[in-house]
Design a protein around this ligand. Structure first.
Ligand SMILES: Nc1ncnc2c1ncn2[C@@H]1O[C@H](COP(=O)(O)OP(=O)(O)OP(=O)(O)O)[C@@H](O)[C@H]1O
Length: 300
């Protein structure tokens, strides 16, 4: 009851949105598609949920072919698109009833699956969707995507525009849904969420850069990373980029992440160079690679 994607390509006129994409999602896996805006995530979701036809390649969802079996697939998948999945003028309860009705079911029939999530928004069930916070909209959209008990759940950037507490709660909900036997494909531009998936595909410009567990991807990071900070971030970045031995330089929160081309790199040498650039309060410390670092390295 997983997903298979084989050599899928899709173009919109001159834009190659997906270029020869292949991967499998195992039954009951929580699989993440991680990539920036425009990477092709929504295009892939629309192909797998039978709303768009690929130019090339094959795909199956729950052992059904996205072209031949498109009607059957629609009964078995839940899709939470990034935008526009709720009717803003309908209340919470009306939205949910609407989605239940089009799938020929009722809220009561499938209440068990959505209960954990629905109880959190039920006190506001008479409020219109347009008047809900980002976190509440997201919970309602998830309930609507689940109301027909899908085998496979597609979630396109479900945590975009949602506060950090709701984001955390949302991922806990996904883990519980996984325990109920649902296969989940979720996309996100947030690299920290990647660590919560069983496996991830890093995707950019319609191409897959790497597929593996988050741990394995981080472990394969080839360099030693240094957190560098100083009194002037702008001057620091420009100075590091001008340093002849730099391999990579990019801002990372309050630091700059720096890697060097040389095996025997001596941070003191770099410190002296930065002092000559009139930087003050310079600190250079080793740090661990994250998924974001792996992504930056692969996307170079
Ligand atoms: N209907 C369309 N017509 C033309 N180009 C499109 C269309 N839909 C998407 N694209 C382009 O295809 C590429 C992939 O877009 P897609 O929406 O799949 O990416 P994404 O990773 O989901 O990003 P986002 O989060 O911005 O939606 C982008 O360059 C986008 O501009």
């Amino acid at each position: 009851m997983g997903i298979t994607v084989s050599n899928i390509s899709k173009s919109y006129k001159d834009v190659k949105a997906l270029q020869n994409i292949s991967f499998d999602v195992k039954p009951n896996e929580l699989f993440g598609l991680i990539g920036p805006d425009g990477a092709g995530k929504t295009t892939l979701f629309r192909i797998l949920t039978t709303l768009l036809i690929a130019n090339e390649g094959q795909a199956t969802v729950a052992d059904l072919d996205v072209l031949k079996d498109f009607k059957e697939i629609r009964k078995h998948v839940g899709y939470m698109p990034g935008r526009f999945s709720l009717y803003q003028d309908l209340t919470i309860e009306e939205n949910l009833t609407f989605f239940a009705t089009i799938f020929g079911t009722t809220i009561e029939e499938n209440y068990e699956l959505i209960k954990d999530i629905y109880v959190q928004i039920e006190p506001f069930k008479d409020r219109r969707a347009g008047k809900l916070s980002g976190g509440m909209k997201q919970k309602l959209a998830l309930c609507c995507a689940l109301i027909h008990k899908p085998k496979v759940l597609f979630l396109d950037e479900p945590t975009t525009g949602v506060d950090p507490v709701s984001r955390k709660e949302f991922w806990e909900m996904l883990k519980r849904l996984q325990q109920k036997g649902i296969t989940i494909l979720v996309s996100t531009p947030y690299m920290d969420e990647a660590a919560l998936c069983d496996r991830i595909a890093l995707i950019q410009d319609g191409k897959i850069l790497q597929i593996d567990t988050p741990e394995a991807i981080v472990n394969q990071y080839p360099k030693t990373i240094y957190n560098v900070s100083a009194n002037n971030m702008y001057l620091l970045i420009n100075s590091l980029k001008a340093y002849p031995h730099q391999h990579s330089v990019y801002p990372f929160g309050e630091f700059v992440h720096y890697t060097d081309t040389r095996e025997g790199f001596n941070p003191e040498e770099l410190e002296q160079y930065l002092e000559v650039q009139n930087l003050l309060n310079i600190r250079i410390e080793k740090t661990e690679a994250t998924i974001e670092d792996s992504f930056m390295e692969l996307a170079k």
